[in-house]
Design a protein around this ligand. Structure first.
Ligand SMILES: NC(=O)c1ccc[n+]([C@@H]2O[C@H](COP(=O)([O-])OP(=O)(O)OC[C@H]3O[C@@H](n4cnc5c(N)ncnc54)[C@H](OP(=O)(O)O)[C@@H]3O)[C@@H](O)[C@H]2O)c1
Length: 298
């Protein structure tokens, strides 16, 4: 599997990333998670995506149990996690409204909680999960610098940020933000046209792409029937399945977006990882876009 440099000589990710948002739904014990990570490594997938908020603040703990069982895995993977979203749940008894918190002390304490949950002493990358209208960029910069100096987090990035918000935070840092994790797919094509991916390409920042398969909706939702038909016909020409064709759609982007696989089924992971070998023609790519959106480009 190809690797992509986020910071040459310092940080590289596997071209396909494994997401763990749905881990708590996968009915896995710690030993199963160990095996799942190992099978990913056999495919060359080293980068893992997490967030404190996943599984109502229990996903990182589950993954951490696997690292506790097999500590040797830690050095073979990159751990990306996120912070900043809070919502009412058992783990947060004092929270009564969904909100964001990106104040200095909160970010530091959230990252420290992630370290404890994940049974690790460092995160490779910490992302601010959502753009926060109350975000003070200087406060975020202060948190990042404290975490970096303490060796608790090596690199930082953001998720779901506009280009303007990315530039704002970057302007307060003396090291580069390494990624903006965005929803990018044939069925969510906003970022292809709003300048966000162009900004990242301009600054050679590699985005991570979430929900490349529409969160699973592409397989059954009525609204995606035309997309399924189009992908089936393109798939025949490449001997590829629907999920592979849609991953290839994201992989074709010149910003080198890194698709995050959301499946907990290793056969599907294997299939989707193989999409790196599929090269869509321009006409196939635009056919998928048209089928997903229901109209042609101008
Ligand atoms: N930064 C953010 O705000 C944000 C938001 C959402 C997600 N993410 C990250 O992105 C990752 C991927 O997102 P996602 O889970 O929505 O990805 P996705 O690939 O769009 O959807 C995954 C879902 O599709 C199903 N699926 C996959 N292949 C299938 C197939 N061949 N046939 C039928 N169903 C299939 C999976 O079920 P099975 O498990 O049964 O295969 C799973 O439920 C997450 O794990 C998370 O790490 C980030």
């Amino acid at each position: 599997m190809q690797r992509v440099n986020l910071i040459p000589g310092q940080l590289s990710f596997s071209r396909m990333v494994q997401g763990y948002w749905r881990l708590t739904d996968w009915n896995m014990q710690a030993q199963d998670v160990v095996r799942f990570v190992e099978q990913g490594l056999e495919l060359g997938i080293t980068t893992t995506d997490h967030a404190d908020v996943y599984g109502a603040f229990s996903e990182e703990g589950m993954f951490g149990q696997a690292l506790k069982l097999a500590p040797g895995l830690r050095d073979k993977i990159e751990i990306v996690s996120k912070c900043g979203i809070l919502f009412p749940c058992e783990r947060l008894p004092d929270v009564n409204v969904v909100h964001y918190n990106n104040e200095t002390d909160y970010i530091v304490s959230a990252a420290e909680r992630s370290l404890r949950e994940l049974h690790t002493d460092y995160l490779d990358v910490l992302l601010i999960h959502r753009p926060d209208p109350l975000m003070d960029a200087d406060a975020v910069a202060e948190a990042f610098s404290r975490l970096q100096q303490a060796g608790k987090v090596k690199h930082f990035g953001v998720s779901n940020f506009s280009a303007a918000k990315f530039a704002l935070l970057q302007s307060r840092l003396d090291f580069p933000l390494v990624t903006n994790q965005l929803e990018i797919s044939a069925v969510h094509s906003d970022y292809l046209f709003d300048g966000n991916l162009d900004y990242l390409q301009q600054h050679r920042v590699v985005p991570m792409a979430w929900s490349c398969l529409g969160g699973g909706g592409v397989f059954h939702d009525f609204q995606y029937k035309a997309l399924r038909d189009c992908a089936a016909s393109i798939g025949e020409q490449h001997n590829a399945s629907l999920d592979q064709v849609l991953m290839a759609f994201v992989l074709a982007l010149p910003c080198q977006a890194l698709p995050i696989i959301g499946s907990g089924n290793i056969e599907r992971v294997r299939q989707q990882a193989a999409a790196v070998d599929i090269q869509l023609t321009r006409q196939q790519w635009f056919s998928l876009l048209e089928a997903a959106r229901g109209y042609t480009v101008p």
